[in-house]
Design a protein around this ligand. Structure first.
Ligand code: ZN
Length: 813
């Protein structure tokens, strides 16, 4: 690596005036503080501001800060004792009856010390108070034990309200204070601090029973192999989670116990992890609760699965691992090391390429005077907000006046109120007010639409996140952007190492229950009715079905998207009460649902060619019929025929589909006749994210690209035989036709059989929507939707990868 040695006076000046750490407190990538207390300093301050019940002289009343500190110095009250101090806390004599009440009128001696230590020069401008009551120039310090996040929040506030000089002074004071009290605390680590939860054995036994039941079901053929695997993995993730919660509870109990001079005051491991000083819950979990599921270094032993080893490590490091567990662990540990070694180089190379293409982008003028811009709204994946509108518009210049309805307090009239004027930059407060006012999208200036002849203009770029002010002319924003995107790549690859290969899965509830009383509306719901016992349920057979719950009185509304094959339990316009079940679906697979009643007729289902029958050892010898990758003149299908033998509906089966019916079996409308495993959706980790980012930036054609629709319209699906010159059938393809009634346009897509379709007969699709699984090819998207939508698409795709890992990078980069 090159080393910069400032030799000349000018170079030294540059170092002192521009590069010095005290001038670079905020990340240019996202505007968050880069400098803040860490490790021992955090631990010291957390210890200082923590409280302990029933210490000597608890609840004492002091007339001033000085008196309280004096009492502490004479040994009358300890650091963690609850006291009342005039002027700092509102002094009331009577205690509240409720033990769980935080009693904000109380504070501790430690917090008073913290306050007076950082208050130097800011005397009487710092307060413990609720946010709403705070005058704008005051600094809010929460009346609680202060962890790393709280401290960084304080640093941010001080910078915004008091400027750079105070911030730097404050940071120095925090350092002093933190180290001092870390020493005073005498905290140490002992094996007793790792509390193994008492109920661990019972929880594990329960999990073993559940796993046995799942194995039993698999043996009987009630569930498929992939469902078995997924359910077991879910059982163990849930178990790990609940043991961890128990462990945290027991560790916290030590903290909340009454003071006892013979016992340690706090649990050091808990204090360390919770303050943010070192380690996190994942690591403490491995020390004292259960190591949990490990990831499998070899990918895809069978199809899409094999990412997680289904046998968990039940022991923790305190108990010690058994030999088998040790081997499972080392497996994951090795993966961590190999990933770190290999992927850091990849991330570094990505940064280099990004700098190479963007380094000439420099802010060249104040304002290019363009009237163009982009429209932004919150970035959502499904129902989840990945990046809020407030985050996206902060620090950007608006193209139109932003107007909201404001209520006049005196007259009660509603009149328009301008929050931001055309051409002004949105501050953080304004961004929040815009979001609160319910504005969903906004037009802002963007570097993508800047009309500057060379480089870009300051107004189109907006805020310089490292200085919290409009960017200055001459700033090399291209390099900043490249490094903002490249830097987290290095960080992310290192994270897998810290967790040591322990796998984590996100569990999503596969059901919707009513959150408030109301009336249900079904939108786009094409359903098949099915009798189940004495109840009639509806099975959704469209892809974009939505249910909406409306309460006219309270004006509450909420809507949910339903996945294909969901089972709806309520009819349209039905009245429901809180807690009722609206719909449920299978998390592990996408069902193929029969729309009509009739007999099953197999077609192109040739054992060994398109289909294999497997006996699963793990599931105790259950038999499963599964479609395998095939070539040539096949298109495995399940047909439904009526009494006369006429085919009334047909279902092409993609590769990996598991057949649940027999040839010539009688079935009813709404029955599930096959299942497609839904696995790939949940295995999005870093190592998968970074290559996707590279793929997007390099505009490569992805290997498993999805076929996307070029027009809006309705879907028709058919199969076509393809012949060679002699008229022999070479292959049977699936043909998707998109037909638009208004324009009369029609587009057909011929796909090889076995592709997994995302649309169904009769679905409505929009142009640019994927018809099959796979990732979207940016080239194809550009052809269909044009440059502006493609820019937006690229931005959203990249943001998704980073946000899923909890990494914040501003949109402008
Ligand atoms: Zn511009």
């Amino acid at each position: 690596m090159a080393v910069y040695v400032p030799l000349t006076i000018e170079a030294q000046l540059e170092c002192r005036m521009i590069m010095m750490s005290s001038y670079n407190l905020f990340s240019p990538a996202n505007g968050r503080p880069l400098v803040g207390p860490t490790q021992d300093m955090v631990m010291g301050i957390y210890y200082l501001t923590q409280e302990k019940k029933k210490e000597r002289n608890e609840g004492r009343l002091f007339s001033s800060i000085d008196e309280a500190i004096c009492a502490h110095q004479h040994g009358l009250v300890s650091l963690n004792t609850r006291v009342q101090v005039n002027g700092v806390t509102k002094c009331t004599e009577h205690e509240k009856a409720d033990e769980n009440d935080p009693r904000p009128e109380y504070t501790t001696v430690g917090r008073i010390l913290f306050l007076s230590a950082i208050d130097d020069g800011l005397i009487h401008s710092v307060e413990f108070k609720k946010k709403e009551l705070l005058p704008t120039n005051r600094i809010l310090i929460p009346n609680k034990a202060l962890g790393k996040r709280d401290l960084i929040g304080i640093v941010e506030q001080i910078f915004q309200k008091k400027g750079l000089y105070y911030t730097v002074t404050l940071l120095d004071q925090l350092k002093q204070l933190g180290y001092h009290y870390a020493t005073v605390s005498g905290l140490t680590i002992s094996v007793d601090d790792m509390v193994v939860p008492r109920d661990k054995k019972a929880i594990i036994d329960r999990a073993h029973k559940r796993v046995e039941a799942i194995e039993e079901q698999a043996k009987k053929g009630v569930i498929t192999e992939s469902e078995r695997y997924n359910s077991i993995v879910d059982v163990w993730s849930e178990t790990t989670e609940s043991i961890t919660q128990d462990m945290v509870k027991e560790m916290r109990k030590q903290e909340q116990e009454d003071a006892n001079p013979t016992k340690p005051r706090f649990n050091s491991v808990h204090l360390m992890a919770f303050s943010g000083a070192r380690g996190n819950m994942d690591q403490v979990r491995q020390l004292a609760a259960m190591r949990g599921l490990m990831s499998r270094p070899q990918k895809k032993i069978r199809g899409q699965m094999g990412e997680i080893i289904e046998t968990p490590v039940i022991s923790n490091f305190r108990e010690g691992l058994s030999i088998l567990e040790y081997y499972i662990s080392t497996h994951g540990g090795r993966k961590g090391l190999a990933d770190t070694a290999l992927k850091t180089a990849d991330a570094g190379y990505l940064t280099r390429r990004l700098v190479d293409v963007a380094h000439h982008v420099v802010v060249s003028e104040e304002d290019c005077g363009t009237i163009k811009g982009i429209k932004v709204s919150a970035l959502k994946v499904g129902d989840e907000v990945i990046e809020s509108l407030a985050e996206r518009i902060f620090g950007r210049v608006v193209l139109n006046d932003v107007v909201v309805d404001a209520v006049d307090e005196k007259t009660g009239e509603i009149h328009p109120h301008v929050i931001v004027r055309n051409g002004e930059m949105i501050t953080r407060e304004q961004a929040e007010r815009i979001a609160e006012a319910g504005i969903e999208s906004l037009r802002i200036r963007s570097v993508l639409t800047c009309e500057s002849k060379t480089g870009i203009c300051a107004k189109c770029y907006g805020i310089d996140l490292s200085r919290n002010a409009l960017v200055r002319v001459g700033e090399a924003v291209g390099v900043i952007a490249a490094q903002s995107i490249g830097e987290p790549g290095t960080q992310l690859t290192l994270r897998t190492f810290h967790i040591g290969g322990a796998a984590a899965r996100v569990l999503k509830q596969p059901r919707i229950t009513v959150p408030f009383d109301g009336v249900v509306e079904q939108i786009n719901c094409k359903v098949v009715r099915k009798k189940e016992g004495d109840k009639e349920i509806q099975v959704v057979i469209t892809n974009n079905a939505v249910v909406r719950l409306v309460n006219e009185q309270t004006r509450q509304r909420q809507s949910w998207e339903l996945p294909f094959g969901s089972r709806l339990h309520v009819a349209s316009d039905a009245k429901v009460c809180k807690g009722d079940l609206i719909a449920e679906w299978d998390v592990y697979s996408i069902p193929v649902v029969a729309e009509r009643t009739g007999r099953i007729r197999f077609q192109d289902m040739v054992e060994g060619k398109t289909l294999i029958t497997e006996r699963h050892k793990a599931a105790g010898g259950s038999i499963e019929r599964r479609v395998i990758p095939f070539k040539g003149k096949f298109n495995p299908r399940l047909n439904i025929v009526n009494e006369k033998g006429k085919i009334i509906s047909t279902y092409s089966l993609p590769v990996d589909a598991v057949v649940l019916v027999e040839d010539d079996e009688q079935i009813h409308g709404g029955d599930t006749i096959a299942k497609i495993p839904r696995e790939e959706i949940r295995t999005k980790d870093v190592t998968g994210g970074l290559p996707r980012v590279e793929e997007l930036f390099e505009a490569r054609h992805p290997k498993n690209a999805a076929v996307i629709s070029e027009i809006d319209g309705k879907v028709k699906i058919a199969t076509v035989e393809r012949n060679d010159k002699e008229g022999k059938v070479v292959s049977i393809d699936t043909v998707i036709t998109i037909y638009n009634e208004k324009s009369g346009k029609e587009k057909t897509y011929t796909l090889p059989a076995g592709r997994h379709l995302l649309v169904y007969e009769g679905d409505r699709v929009e142009s640019g929507e994927p018809l099959t699984d796979g990732v979207i090819d940016a080239h194809k998207y550009l052809e269909v939707r044009g440059p502006q939508h493609t820019q937006e698409f690229l931005l959203n795709e990249v943001q998704q990868v980073y946000r899923l890992q909890g990494v914040m990078v501003n949109d402008k980069h």
